[in-house]
Ligand binder design. Structure first.
Ligand code: XMP
Length: 507
């Protein structure tokens, strides 16, 4: 596998995803926590960084066990780092070095640039530049503005590049990574969904043995794929719990439960709608609602887990982006802060041992793994849906009547997207029930009813998002249907805010 040392670049996860696309397994570790077992890694990649090698906050790892001993690719900060500390020179650049550039010179017959021609577009993002190559450096490529865009070190398998091959705008970036990893470093391309399923099933068997495992299903992609993997490994010893918090989409509880049963999972559906609604009574503050929903879920789940005799493990659908330790820009790595449910001590199920079969893979890989195990395509392509569900889409206090209205509106919107072939073009969509009434007229009657807002966004990870330019004809049709069919709503608006500064959910 491949080791990626993270210096805090916003693109580090992209490097990992590009490497995985080549069917090569890789892991991201902070620059200052180099794994002690280096034998497992056949090559190393150094990421970029928001820091400068010239500044006070220079990130200075000990690479003595890596450099010259393993194939090494240094990207951006990494390339500057090698230059700066090995007799080269790095200075502030005086020309603009952000965005697109083209390689105007490539040294002939270099395996590193196999199948890449002069003129190839690369993506630059740096304010420092390499003025002088490190000791034994050989120039491999330049752009018009950046002379030392790529170099290698004579006598070592060490390469430095100023541009970012991991970014899609670097047109031959994947080819370059393949040249380095496959041709130069001789890493095998064996990491496929099937091989992941095989090795994970074996690992679960070994870890869990004949113990019982409990897992909370949500209807989402991650928990479903985790459940199917565990089921493959331990069969009936996997106990799944699917809780209806009363804030799911219309008919979702029944239909997803049926689907799970059809997949052969040992699943218990628990309808706790009333319990949740009661706990939510009168709460209007968004964080207050989240807490009430989260705590009630924990209570319900704990009650259910207690009914499984001798259960030893809690399975979770945690994926790699939740696990990667982040590097803060000011030097030391910062631990991810997790919120705790610590009112009256930990509930019992949280004291169980943890098994997380997806903790080393990305979301797109979770989908590929799911597909390779034969999970329904529609289930794998589902939009994300927040844990607190419609609870954070009903602004103000929550009542069963409001839930009914929003479920009906949401169903019309989502089914419409599916019917018009728009569902897969949208990353997430939903409706918000606003806590205001507006005046309308229906027939000869004046109405004074609720306003709903529709929201559809495109995004890759939910961190940033933009509203989707849905066809006017679709919006018109949907608005008509909602107002005609859903009693209690007389006005529909469409949310055209991006994130930031807005968020995807309204609460
Ligand atoms: P925001 O509203 O923060 O949402 O832009 C980003 C993504 O996170 C989801 N989301 C949540 N998911 N519990 C969850 O499990 C929550 O409390 C929560 N709040 C927001 C949201 O649906 C979007 O995909």
């Amino acid at each position: 596998s491949v080791l990626i040392l993270d210096f805090g670049s916003q693109y580090t996860q992209l490097i990992a995803r590009r490497v995985r696309e080549l069917n090569i397994y890789c892991e991201i570790h902070p620059y200052n926590k180099i794994p002690s077992k280096l034998a497992n890694f056949k090559a190393v990649i150094l990421s970029g960084s928001p820091n400068s090698v010239r500044g006070e906050n220079v990130l200075h790892p000990d690479l003595s066990e890596i450099r010259g001993k393993k194939p090494l690719l240094a990207v951006c900060y990494g390339a500057q780092y090698l230059a700066h500390f090995s007799e080269g020179k790095v200075a502030e650049s005086n020309t603009r070095e952000y965005g697109r550039a083209n390689l105007s010179f490539i040294k002939n017959n270099e395996a590193f640039f196999k199948n890449i021609s002069e003129g190839s577009q690369v993506w630059m993002s740096h304010s420092d530049t390499i003025k002088k190559l490190p000791e034994n450096g050989v120039l491999l490529a330049s752009t018009n503005d950046v002379e030392n865009a790529a170099y290698k070190i004579k006598g070592e398998n060490t390469y430095g590049i100023q541009f970012h091959p991991e970014v899609y705008h670097s047109k031959d970036g994947k080819q370059l990574l393949e040249n380095f990893l496959v041709d130069i470093a001789d890493v095998a391309q064996e990491w496929t969904p099937d091989s992941f399923v095989d090795s994970t099933v074996n690992a679960i068997k070994e870890k869990v043995g004949n113990d019982k495992v409990v897992l909370g299903l949500s209807g989402g992609v991650d928990s479903t794929v985790a459940a199917v993997l565990l089921h493959k490994a331990i069969g009936e010893n996997l106990y799944c719990i699917f809780v209806n918090n009363g804030l799911l989409r219309k008919n979702e509880f029944e239909s997803v439960l049926n689907q799970y049963e059809g997949m052969g999972l040992n699943v218990k559906g628990v309808d706790a709608s009333e319990r949740f609604l009661k706990k939510l009574e009168g709460i209007t503050d968004p964080e207050g609602k989240r807490k009430a929903i989260g705590n009630t879920f924990i209570d319900v789940f704990d009650d259910e887990a207690h009914q499984i005799k001798d259960v030893k493990w809690l399975a979770q659908g945690t994926i790699y982006p939740d696990v990667i330790e982040s590097v803060s820009v000011n030097g030391g790595p910062s631990a991810t802060i997790k919120s705790h449910h610590n009112v009256g001590g930990l509930p019992d199920f949280m004291k169980l041992k943890i098994v997380e079969p997806l903790r080393m893979i990305f979301k797109d890989e979770v989908r590929r793994v799911g597909a390779s195990m034969g999970i329904d395509k529609e289930l794998l392509g589902r939009h994300p849906f927040p844990g607190p569900g419609l609870g954070i889409r009903i602004l103000g206090d929550i009542t069963s009547e409001k839930v009914r209205i929003l479920q009906d509106v949401d169903a019309i919107f989502i089914n419409g997207l599916k019917e018009d072939g728009l569902y897969d073009k949208v990353w997430q969509a939903g409706a918000m029930l606003l806590p205001v009434n507006s005046v309308g007229v229906m027939g000869d009657e004046r109405t004074y009813e609720k306003v709903v807002a529709l929201r559809a966004v495109e995004s890759t990870d939910g961190m940033t998002a933009d509203w989707v330019d849905l066809p006017y004809t679709f919006l018109q049709k949907t608005s008509n249907k909602i107002i005609n069919q859903v009693k209690g709503v007389n006005r529909v608006v469409y949310d055209i805010s991006s994130k930031p500064p807005a968020t995807i959910e309204w609460e």
